[in-house]
Write a protein that binds this ligand. Structure first.
Ligand code: OSB
Ligand code: MG
Length: 369
C-alpha cells in the first residue's frame, strides 16, 4: 500500500488537575497527532513527546522536525505492506523513538483496519480487559491522600505515587498508616543517586510492589548495584529504550520488572519484542503511560492486552486526565479494568470538531496521488 496523504497537528488539552513529577509540574498536555490515509483508509497516531525535554530529549518540536524533514520524505510514493517495511525505511535515523512510534502507530491502525481486525488482535492480544492502575503526582500530603481515597473508591487496582528527594518517606509512611497494605508503588523519574542509598533502603521497608526508575535516566549499572541492596523489585522505565536494553538490564539484574511504553522504545514492534522476550523469561511487564489522549490510550490498551502484561498498567479512565478528549472516553469497569476495544484498528473514533478546537498548528503533506 501507498500512503497518500499525511497530516501533522499539535493538539493541546488542559489536565483536570496539574500533574507534578520529579522533573516538572504541568497544567496541560501537548501531543503531536498524525493522520494518514491510504486510499479510503484512515489511520491515527499520537506521538507522546512532551513540550519540554525533561522526561526524554524529544519534544513536540523535535518530533515535528524529524517527521517533516526526514521521515515523511522517505514515505513519498513508497510501497509499504507491514510495520517492518516502515522500520527498514527509517532505520538510518538514529534515536527519536517517539517520532517514529507516532507514525508507526498510525500505520498499524491502517493495517488493522485493512485486515478487518482490532489492533489488539493484530498484535496478538489475548485479554478482553486490562488492569488499570493510577499514577498520582506530587502535591501536598492532604491532596495526595484525598486523591488516593478517591481512586481506591473508584476501583483502581494499584496506586503509584511520584516521589523525589524530600517527598518520599513521609508520604509513603502516611499512605501506609491511612490505607494499610494497598497495592502501592513509587516512581522517582530518575531523581536519586546511589548517594541516597539510606532513603532507598528505608523505602525498602514499606512492602512496595516496586520502585520505578530511582536512578539516572540512562543507567543500567548503578541500578544493578542498587537492586542487590534491596528486596523491593526495581522497575525500569526511562533506561529501557530497546529490546537490547531490556536484555542487558535483565542479564545484569538491573531490574526485575519492566514498564513498556511503545513511544519510548520506538514503536509497537519493539514494544512487542520486549514483551515477547520478557514473557519467555517470566519477567513481569506492565504498560506505562504518558497522559495520552484517546488515540494513544487506545493503543496502550491494545498493547496491554498481550499476555505478559501481568501487572496493573498506568492506563486510567479518561476522566482521570481530561474533561474533554479527541476520541470517545474510556471508563473504568466495576472490577478496576478497562475493556479492550473490539472494533477495527485502534477501535476509537476521532471527533474532528473537538480536535479542531484544541489544535495549535497543523500541516498537510501529499505523498502519492
Ligand atoms: O514516568 O511514567 C512516567 C507521565 C509523563 C511522563 C512520565 C511518566 C508519566 C506517568 C503518567 O507516570 C502515567 C499515566 O499516563 O497515567
Ligand atoms: Mg515512570
Amino acid at each position: 500500500m501507498k500512503i497518500h496523504r499525511l497530516e501533522l497537528r499539535i493538539v493541546e488539552i488542559p489536565y483536570i488537575h496539574p500533574f507534578e513529577t520529579s522533573f516538572a509540574r504541568e497544567e496541560k498536555n501537548q501531543e503531536l497527532i498524525i493522520r494518514l490515509t491510504s486510499g479510503d483508509w484512515e489511520g491515527w497516531g499520537e506521538c507522546v513527546a512532551m513540550e519540554s525535554p525533561y522526561y526524554s530529549y524529544e519534544t513536540v518540536s523535535t518530533a515535528w522536525h524529524i517527521l517533516q524533514d526526514f521521515i515523511i520524505p522517505l514515505l513519498k510514493s513508497t510501497e509499504l505492506d507491514t510495520p517492518e517495511d516502515l522500520h527498514s525505511l527509517f532505520h538510518r535515523i538514529r534515536g527519536h523513538p517517539m517520532a517514529k512510534a507516532g507514525i508507526e502507530e498510525a500505520f498499524w491502525d491502517v493495517c488493522a483496519k485493512k485486515a478487518g481486525v482490532s489492533l489488539s488482535h493484530l498484535l496478538g492480544g489475548t485479554r478482553k480487559t486490562i488492569e488499570s492502575g493510577v499514577s498520582i503526582g506530587i502535591d501536598s500530603q492532604d491532596v495526595v491522600l484525598q486523591a488516593i481515597e478517591t481512586r481506591l473508591d473508584q476501583g483502581y487496582k494499584r496506586i503509584k505515587i511520584k516521589i523525589k528527594p524530600g517527598w518520599d518517606l513521609t508520604i509513603v509512611k502516611a499512605i501506609r498508616e491511612t490505607f494499610g497494605d494497598i497495592p502501592l508503588m513509587v516512581d522517582a523519574n530518575a531523581a536519586y543517586t546511589l548517594d541516597d542509598i539510606d532513603i532507598l533502603k528505608e523505602l525498602d521497608t514499606y512492602n512496595l510492589m516496586m520502585i520505578e526508575q530511582p536512578l539516572h535516566h540512562d543507567d543500567l549499572f548503578d541500578h544493578a548495584r542498587l537492586q542487590k541492596e534491596l528486596k523491593t523489585p526495581l522497575c525500569l522505565d526511562e533506561s529501557i529504550e530497546s529490546l537490547r536494553d531490556a536484555q542487558h538490564a535483565l542479564e545484569q539484574k538491573s531490574c526485575q520488572i519492566i514498564n513498556i511504553k511503545h513511544g519510548r522504545v520506538g514503536g509497537l514492534l519493539e514494544a512487542k519484542a520486549i514483551h515477547d522476550f520478557c514473557y519467555h523469561h517470566s519477567i513481569p511487564v506492565w504498560a506505562g503511560g504518558m497522559l495520552e489522549f484517546g488515540i494513544g490510550r487506545a493503543t496502550n490498551i491494545a498493547l496491554a492486552s498481550l499476555p505478559g502484561f501481568v501487572l496493573p498498567n498506568d492506563i486510567s479512565a479518561t476522566s482521570r486526565y481530561y474533561t474533554e478528549d479527541i476520541t470517545e472516553s474510556f471508563t473504568l469497569n466495576a472490577d478496576g479494568t478497562i475493556t479492550v476495544p473490539r472494533r477495527e484498528g485502534i477501535g476509537v473514533t476521532v471527533d474532528k470538531t473537538v480536535m479542531e478546537k484544541y489544535t495549535l498548528k497543523k500541516k498537510e503533506f501529499t505523498l502519492a496521488s
